[in-house]
Design a protein around this ligand. Sequence first.
Ligand code: CAA
Length: 257
Amino acid sequence: MTYETILTEQKGRVLLITLNRPKALNALNTQLSHELIDALTKADDDDGVGCIVITGSQKAFAAGADIKEMQNQSYMDMHGTDFFGQWDKVATLRKPTIAAVSGYALGGGCELAMMCDFILCSDSARFGQPEIKLGVMPGMGGSQRLTRLIGQAKAMEMCFTGRMMDAEEAERAGLVSRVIPADDLLDEALKTADTIANMALPALMSIRDAIRRTQEMPLTEGVRFERRVFHALFATDDQKEGMAAFVEKREPQFTHK
Ligand code: CAA
């Protein structure tokens, strides 16, 4: 598949995906969603990729789902095609995924960022769920993920008013892991991704699975799940290598197996 709305670049074990519809502030139309999901799915299956970074432009990570594409749709156009249903795939990826956000991350843009494992943002970032101003509501998981990440009070206020949250508030609220000066964001995101990509992949995938389950499991079940997966990591080469390297006072050479 050749891509027209995204750019992909592999840097070592990191795949960088740049949303690339600058004239529409990276609005997420159907073509972009198919191309992005295709690239993500291939990266997930590629042994040479250990971490994925999704970014946009300085002005916009993504200004939402494409309003012009949706404007004249009927209920059955949306419901009959399960419009946005394809995005569920992003949350089922197994490799670590980082959103590097500068500028606007609105509506579906904020929702795409929240589907990633964590968000690094620049001081120019603005997060919001402005669908209410269009007479609709979040439809790519925003009402659910935003509430889990920042709590009901802020989520309700943001979704009721469409107010944008700046980077400082987003960090305070727990929406992003770190705020970085705009000029350094991509380098820092790639550096972080490179660190992650060179860790033991079986352990990374297990950590991701366990942390994501906190949203769906009661604590006792989650702790039991964690313990079972922790035990399973003792069947991996990387556990043998990681512990041997510590004892031998050297850096581990993980094979991601
Ligand atoms: N869909 C389609 N086109 C969009 C778009 C979107 N979400 N956001 C921006 N664009 C287009 C504009 O129409 C404009 O195109 P033209 O030059 O052809 O007119 C171009 O991008 C530049 O945008 P602006 O001129 O508006 O730029 P600005 O700097 O004045 O404003 C902005 C920037 C505040 C982000 C403004 O563009 C804006 O409010 N965009 C819409 C944000 C929004 O409502 N997002 C939610 C969409 S619905 C959704 O996402 C549903 C869901 O849950 C998944």
